[in-house]
Design a protein around this ligand. Sequence first.
Ligand SMILES: NC(=O)c1ccc[n+]([C@@H]2O[C@H](COP(=O)([O-])OP(=O)(O)OC[C@H]3O[C@@H](n4cnc5c(N)ncnc54)[C@H](O)[C@@H]3O)[C@@H](O)[C@H]2O)c1
Length: 259
Amino acid sequence: MHTPKRILVTGSAGRIGRAVVSELVARGHHVVGFDLFPTPGLPPEQSVVGSLTDAGAIREAARGANAIVHLAATADDARYPRGAAPDDGDNFLADLVPNNVVGPYQIMEAARVLKVPRVILASTGQVIDGHLRSGNMPVTADSAPRPRYLYACTKVFLEALGQVYAKEHGIEVLAVRLGWCPRAGQEEEFRASELGPDVYLSPGDAGRFFAAAVEVDKLPPFAVVYASSKYVTTPAYDLSDAKELLGWEPREKWPDGMG
Ligand SMILES: NC(=O)c1ccc[n+]([C@@H]2O[C@H](COP(=O)([O-])OP(=O)(O)OC[C@H]3O[C@@H](n4cnc5c(N)ncnc54)[C@H](O)[C@@H]3O)[C@@H](O)[C@H]2O)c1
């Protein structure tokens, strides 16, 4: 049993956020949710409805936190592959910049100003998509980024941001390249994807991963790890760093928890 901590979870009403909130609450932590929508499973006084672009709202929610789990984001490109010019159907300026570039900056600033000692940042396996496509697996944490498209570029920025705040401001930052936890409406795309079962991340394994990340006594100043469920055919991600640093290993395998 771990000492209960005060944890701010952003994106707490989302697919992964709900699983993380539920696991943290079950382990006795005091969770404050922060999302554009109310957070299921939390009382109204712990469910902040606000935007990542509102620095004041984030700082209010983060006050006194022992750790921030930062999940809120625009969670993918609007369209990929994008199509021939003059197609301008991307979501970079409208969504990715405010939510995935300005948002993480506001989170790291809140942590710096309020002296929050630990931040866990949700990155994605899409930052090393090129390695997966070329069969260069299992991909390790020190593999050079080979982003899939614009969403993945914002996550490369997120990781770099975490690294400089760790170096300059003494915050423990863990960036986690998450596997694929299909959201409502993605089931068909997932089933059509050859890699899907090997990069799958079940909600249960995700919840336990983030709980381990907030509970472990000590983390290096900055680290990148992968989190996915057990592979089905080929190991896509090297999960050894997550085991070594957090004592976390996946328990499930696709289709466990698909719902
Ligand atoms: N689900 C996956 O397969 C997957 C894979 C890799 C990485 N990720 C990352 O994990 C995190 C969570 O993903 P998810 O699948 O739960 O996504 P999701 O879309 O279900 O949840 C994201 C949540 O963030 C909130 N949000 C978005 N913009 C916000 C803003 N400006 N202010 C406050 N809240 C805002 C949304 O309302 C939503 O509830 C994201 O950072 C995503 O990029 C997800």
